[in-house]
Design a protein around this ligand. Structure first.
Ligand SMILES: O=C(O)c1ccccc1NCC(=O)[C@H](O)[C@H](O)COP(=O)(O)O
Length: 218
């Protein structure tokens, strides 16, 4: 089976729709220091995360400037897990896990397989994405899934596949990479309102990801 993380939720209605769609994890983007329509302030992320029912994992997604900055976001949002973007070393990731007391997902670019290998065992999960030059996600761009499959097979840490996934391509992505989880932000959004989710697309994404994993057909 493959798990699904729906990322960049900013309204109560989007959170409810994501839970109803059957998502395993919900991402709240906060304190990223880049321009994105998905960012909410930490207090809003905390309120949204607190509204999520049991058995659905909440993830605070952030680009911290330091280990202390990452711990501060975890303290303010109180999520189940923290997703960090940035050049953190394995020891720094271990320190964040210990001080924040939550699972830590490290986001990295698909073009950094050596870094992924370095972080293997230090992070609770590695999110392999198509990041922008400033380390941000939400680019809507896919990458070489065959290469990510090879990386996944070389790692013992669960791999989360992200970058340009949509209800239309997630089946093929799961088939190719066989990841622990898939993650989507821009691929399930409304065309008329940047950052807001299209609820039918949320449902279609979860359904398509799971259908492939269960039947083995893309
Ligand atoms: O999505 C953003 O705007 C974002 C900005 C800064 C840091 C992280 C961000 N997103 C992190 C995610 O986990 C996204 O879901 C992931 O990058 C996939 O995005 P997309 O290619 O749009 O599906």
């Amino acid at each position: 089976m493959v798990r699904t993380k729906l990322c960049g939720l900013g309204t109560d209605a989007d959170v409810r729709a994501a839970v109803d769609a059957g998502a395993d994890a919900l991402g709240f983007i906060t304190d990223v220091g880049v321009d994105t329509p998905r960012e909410v302030i930490p207090e809003r992320a905390a309120t949204l995360a607190a509204s999520v029912p049991p058995f659905v994992t909440t993830v605070a997604v952030t680009i911290p400037e330091s280990v202390g900055g990452a711990v501060d976001v975890a303290d303010r949002v109180d999520p189940d897990a923290l997703q960090i973007h940035g050049e953190f070393s394995p020891d720094e990731v271990r320190e964040i896990r210990e001080r924040a007391g939550v699972d830590v997902i490290v986001a990295l670019d698909a073009d950094e397989p050596d870094r992924a290998r370095d972080l293997d065992g230090a992070a609770d999960a590695l999110l392999v994405d198509s990041l922008s030059d400033d380390g941000a996600g939400g680019t809507g761009e896919t990458h070489d899934w065959a290469a990510t499959r090879e990386l996944r097979e070389a790692l013992s840490t669960p791999l989360v596949l992200a970058g340009g996934l949509t209800p239309k391509n997630v089946a093929a992505a799961v088939e190719t990479v066989d990841p622990f989880a898939v993650d989507v932000a821009s691929g399930v959004e409304r065309a008329d309102e940047p950052g807001r989710k299209a609820h039918d697309a949320l449902r279609a994404f979860v359904r398509e990801a799971s259908r492939t994993a269960e039947t083995g057909t893309a």
